[in-house]
Design a protein around this ligand. Structure first.
Ligand code: NAD
Length: 337
């Protein structure tokens, strides 16, 4: 068991993280310390003296990093995110580190962002916004399409997939789903489960809502894209590694893919959550993506609402409090191994 007020050292911390965690900490009184440095094997030693570290989606919690954290005296790794594909959990378990996460926080936040991306691309409002501000009121290139009557395929029908189905269900679209488990909540919204190939063949819009695992890395690749409808809209708000970006760029060039929205990107850790506006972008793949008029990229902001941030901060600190008191914590990933 830890002291009653352990120090929690936050990596990749932005000003807004501090604001939400300081507010949530009034219920706990932990000793909070922050760095904007990302967590990796080299920066792990910064946590010296902290029993708990708090990490985010693009921190690198591989075996070397976890060993360095354990050497620095860290006992608990608190993830302030749902996904844990970036953590070597078996190594954490071997080292006796408790890893906790926030499995469910406002799925509506990501679902509503997904809807915003779809509605922006299908009516070209991203282009209209910039054009009108320059005094150009021409409609050339802004021709959209109705969502009413279209078919949307959701890959992954868990919390966010179902929340996305719910916000889409008012738009008169047919909902197809593919998941390794069927969720009655998806069917209750009128959703129909189909085989993955069937979803690829029938959907006008395909949106990804499954976790990234070893078996579905690059599930959107040249071969799967070839099975999709011509002009398909692809939306990824899940994890960048689900999509082979070079294959999608080839499909955008051939017009097989008609629209692409990405809130996540496979190489995002070098770029996202930073202000690089005064620098030369070193990532040629991302640079190429940014040249397409029918590509919309947001910098992993699906989770970024007041409601979700409040829940993330509160649940993260509750997780730390439970582990520090040696209580059973449902959100402890290492306990399930
Ligand atoms: P969830 O666990 O509630 O649902 C995930 C669903 O995916 C489950 O139903 C599961 O059975 C299914 N699934 C697993 N492997 C699959 C596969 N190979 N093919 C199809 N379905 C599969 O998770 P959630 O809360 O809905 O979150 C989904 C994903 O969204 C997370 O894994 C995370 O990567 C991403 N996410 C992104 C943001 C953001 O800010 N953009 C925020 C939170 C979560």
């Amino acid at each position: 068991m830890m002291d009653s007020t352990p120090r929690i050292y936050f990596y990749s911390a932005q000003k807004y993280d501090q604001a939400f965690f300081e507010a949530a900490n009034t219920a706990h009184g932990f000793d909070l310390a922050y760095t904007d440095a990302p967590l990796n094997a080299d920066t792990a030693r910064l946590a010296d003296g902290a029993e708990v570290i708090c990490a985010f989606v693009n921190d690198t919690l591989d075996a070397a990093c976890l060993r360095a954290l354990a050497d620095a005296g860290v006992r608990t790794v608190a993830l302030r995110c749902a996904g844990f594909n970036h953590v070597d959990l078996p190594e954490a378990k071997r080292l006796g580190l408790a890893v906790v996460s926030v499995p469910a926080y406002s799925p509506e936040a990501v679902a509503e962002h997904t809807l915003a991306l779809i509605l922006t691309l299908n009516r070209n409002t991203h282009r209209a916004y910039a054009r009108v501000r320059e005094g150009d009121f021409n409609l050339k290139g802004l021709l959209g399409f109705n969502l009413n009557g279209r078919t949307v395929g959701l890959i992954g029908t868990g919390r966010i997939g179902v929340a996305t189905a719910r916000v889409l269900s008012g738009l008169g679209v047919a909902l197809l789903g593919y998941d390794v488990y069927e969720n009655p909540a998806f069917k209750a919204l009128g959703g129909q489960y189909v085989a993955l190939d069937d979803l690829y063949a029938r959907a006008d819009i395909i949106s990804l809502h499954c976790p990234l695992t070893e078996s579905n890395h690059y599930m959107i690749n040249a071969e799967s894209i070839a099975r999709m409808r011509d002009g398909v809209m692809l939306v990824n708000t899940s994890r960048g590694g689900l999509v082979d970006t070079e294959a999608v760029i080839a499909a955008l060039k051939s017009k097989k893919v008609g629209h692409l929205a990405l809130d996540v990107y496979e190489q995002e850790s070098d770029v996202f959550f930073r202000d690089l506006s005064d620098e030369i972008l070193a990532d040629d793949t991302l640079s190429r993506l940014l040249t397409f008029p029918n590509v919309l990229i947001t910098g992993h902001q699906g989770f970024f609402t007041q409601e979700a941030m409040t829940q993330i901060a509160e649940v993260t600190l509750q997780n730390v409090a439970a582990v520090s008191r040696d209580e059973a914590c449902d959100n402890e990933l290492t306990r399930r191994l």
